[in-house]
Structures are given as C-alpha cells and as structure tokens.
Ligand binder design. Structure first.
Ligand SMILES: O=C(O)C(=O)C[C@H](O)C(=O)CO
Ligand code: ZN
Length: 279
C-alpha cells in the first residue's frame, strides 16, 4: 500500500468562527502532500473532493483504490485532474502513455482502471491532483497552457497582476463536475483572488507552488464578514468550503492551482466581495 488519504468532515461557519490557529490548520491545511513513493491526500466531505500529491521517487506507483471509496478501483465512480508541478514526467492510463511537461494537466475520466505514475532519474516527479465523484465517462485528455482559456487580471499598482490559465474547464475538456486551473502572479504582484469572492455552489481547493523556500503566503478564508488567515509554505494546499472566501497575499510572487467541484461548471458563478466589505 502506498496511498494515504485522510478523511476530513465539513465545517459549519458558526463553528469555524471559534477555531484557534492550530484548529484552523488541522481542519483546512494540507502540509505534507509530497512523500517519497506515496500518494498522500485528503478526502474532504466538502463536495467529496479528494486533494493530493503524487511523488514517485524510486519506483513507479499506481493509483490504487482507498477504503473510503469502497470501490474496486479508484476511478470506478470518479474523475481526476492531475497537474505536473515538477519536471517532465509520464503517466500511463490503461496502456497509453501521456508525457506531461511542467504545468501541463491530464484529465482522466471515470472508468480508467490502470493509472501508473513514473519516477525520473533525478527522483523528482511531483504531481498534484483533485478527484471528484463522476456519473459519466468522459475521455482522457492532456491539456497544456496553449490549450487553456487564458485571462489576465489585476494590475501591478494594485499588487494583483496575474494570469489565470483555465485548464480543465468545460470549454476546454468535458468533465462531470471537476474544474481545475492555475494562476501565475507577475513579479511584484502578491495578491491572488482580490477582490475576493465566494461561490456557495462549489467548494474549492488551492495549492501554492513556485514559492521560494524562505517565502510564505498568508491565505485568507472565512465568510467575508468574519475572515481568518492561515500562513502557508510552498507545496501546501488548503480547503475552501463553499461559504468561504479564498484569497492570499504572498511575501513574493508565486503560482497556485485552484480546483473546484459542486453544483455547476460555471467558473464565472461568483459573488464578488469588495475589499472594503471584508472584515
Ligand atoms: O487569482 C484569481 O482570481 C483566481 O485564480 C481565482 C480562482 O480561479 C477561483 O477562485 C475560481 O473560483
Ligand atoms: Zn473561487
């Protein structure tokens, strides 16, 4: 066995108001996603998204089923999106090999049985994934930055100049409920998702990377009128319940992966909160 998935229950915003720093971190932060030759992650009961890291180092590892699923194989009733946050690597899906360069994504549809991840000679394959329940088998598809829907938002003056690459969204690849993409902050810009927003119809998870080891991101969560912060380092992920904002300011620029599951596939379905209305 090389897969370790921790179950985390969903939280009522009225309870989260009372959480201290360590409790907030215990419920929402994922600190160690990359463990050598393991698949590590969290099964959150927020829309049943599984969020994790895959780090084959000395041997190939397969996507094995976990007890929480009570399924014969991991993708029996699920779809998965994987983004390569390390050097070029390869993934086999039912006998077909997909080569993924840094920041390329692979969508694998429900029903794929045999998914294998490979180490590199240097031992540094790092893949980040989100998996959601699925009701239909859509085809497996590789999606690079050139295939993405791209939006550039913000400005250097507001410290939030950034480019959003919508990789696994339904205008690019058909999915059941999963949406994933990546946002790159321009040098000198530190704020992501500002103005902040909520979307009660979808939960979201963020994964920060391309952040120097001596830098950090202050991630904001909570209802807009009751926010909390969690300090995060490179290669850490965080759960955002549907009622929560998800925004962050770094001590430098960085890139992050966002992923969502829930009621709809409408990326633009957001309730924007003006910075002056945050508390
Ligand atoms: O910087 C941003 O703004 C984002 O990347 C926002 C995320 O894509 C998001 O929260 C989508 O709901
Ligand atoms: Zn969002």
């Amino acid at each position: 066995m090389h897969t370790f998935i921790e179950t985390r229950y969903s939280n009522h915003p009225g309870d989260v108001k009372q959480y201290d720093t360590s409790r907030l971190r215990e419920h929402f932060l994922m600190e160690n996603l990359f463990v050598k030759d393991q698949i590590n992650g969290v099964y959150t009961l927020n829309d049943r998204l599984i969020v994790g890291g895959i780090h084959p180092s000395s041997k190939s590892i397969n996507l094995e089923t976990v007890d929480q699923l009570k399924a014969q194989f991991f993708l029996e009733r699920r779809e998965i999106g994987i983004i390569n946050v390390g050097p070029t690597t390869s993934i086999d899906v039912d006998g077909t090999t997909y080569e993924l360069a840094n920041k390329e994504a692979l969508y694998i549809g429900q029903g794929a049985k045999d998914v294998v991840f490979h180490p590199l000679n240097s031992g540094d394959t790092f893949l980040y994934f989100n998996s959601a329940p699925a009701h239909h088998a859509y085809p497996t598809k590789k999606v690079g930055k050139d295939d993405a829907e791209v939006v550039t938002l913000g400005s250097l003056e507001n410290s939030n100049h950034r480019t959003i690459y919508k990789l696994l969204v339904n205008s690019v690849v058909p999915t059941c409920q999963l949406q994933m993409g990546m946002t790159e902050l321009k040098p000198g810009s530190v704020w992501n998702t500002m103005p902040a927003h909520t979307h009660d119809r979808r939960m979201e998870a963020y994964f920060y990377f391309d952040l120097e080891a001596d830098q950090a991101v202050c991630h904001y969560m909570g209802q807009p009128e009751e926010t909390r912060h969690i300090w995060m380092k490179n290669h850490q992920a965080i759960i955002s319940p549907p009622w929560s904002i998800h925004s962050g300011a770094g001590t430098s620029n960085y890139t992050f992966i966002w992923g969502m599951a829930g009621e709809n596939l409408d990326y633009g379905d957001m309730d924007i909160v003006a910075p002056t209305n945050l508390k």
